[in-house]
Design a protein around this ligand. Structure first.
Ligand code: ATP
Ligand code: MG
Length: 215
């Protein structure tokens, strides 16, 4: 048992999966809000391996996405980052993420998988949906521009899924990448350290900048 869990209560672990290319304040607000509302002991951010359903574009290297996630979460004592998905070869499935975290953290841990409304709407195409609901409670956060349709929610087990209204931040990684490519600022959309890291590594630049290998 983790010493940070209060006596007689299971450790409550939030799991925030994402491509994080780059991580932005929308991700951080969602994690913080769910942590507060669900009294989570910790939220672990899990950058995906070869991103699922994103094979249509070049995605930044896993190490860059991992390091940006570390930089963005470093100041919060309840936030951590896991390498389980980037260290597992191949496409990331949420089932594998949750199974690996369960194996790592033990059966005593109660898991809460945090998603935005768009990711939640896609859940039926996820692998082993029924088993997912046994592994974790799902928390779907509102996201500007995404309408969750009633039938999609009604088909999910009501006791294993919660929809949560969070402060609306109309920020996406796609828009951040496009802004960098056009030379528009991303200050205040992402943490300061991420602005600096992107510039230092030449990420998302148009034309592509030749950056030195990380390792
Ligand atoms: P991309 O544009 O590349 O898809 P993204 O901004 O959607 O990037 P992801 O890494 O795909 O970021 O998202 C990880 C998780 O965070 C998903 O569950 C997504 O729904 C959620 N999320 C991302 N941005 C927001 C936001 N602004 N508000 C609420 N949830 C968000
Ligand atoms: Mg997305």
């Amino acid at each position: 048992r983790d010493p940070r869990a209060s006596a007689g209560r299971r450790y409550r672990l939030g799991v925030m999966g994402g491509t994080f290319d780059p991580i932005h304040h929308g991700h951080l607000v969602a994690a913080s809000e769910v942590a507060s509302r669900f009294a989570l002991d910790e939220v672990v951010f899990v950058p995906t391996g070869q991103p699922w359903q994103k094979t249509d574009r070049e995605v930044s290297g896993a190490e860059d996405r991992y390091l940006m996630t570390v930089i963005a979460t470093a100041s919060n004592p309840r936030f951590s980052v896991s390498r389980v998905d980037i260290d597992r070869p191949g496409v990331t499935y949420t089932y594998d993420t949750l199974t690996d975290l369960r194996a790592e953290r033990g059966d005593d841990v109660e898991m809460f998988f945090i998603t935005g409304a768009d990711a939640l709407a896609q859940m039926f195409s996820w692998r082993r949906v029924d088993e997912l609901f046994r592994l974790a409670h799902f928390v779907g956060c509102t996201r500007p521009g995404v309408e969750l349709t009633r039938p999609a929610i009604d088909a999910m087990p009501a006791d294993r899924i919660t929809l949560l209204e969070i402060p609306a931040l109309s920020i996406s990684s796609t828009a951040c990448r496009a802004r960098v490519g056009q030379g528009d600022p991303i200050w205040y959309l992402v943490p300061d350290g991420i602005v600096q890291y992107i510039a230092k590594r030449g990420l998302y630049a148009e034309p592509p900048m030749i950056s030195t290998p990380l390792y």
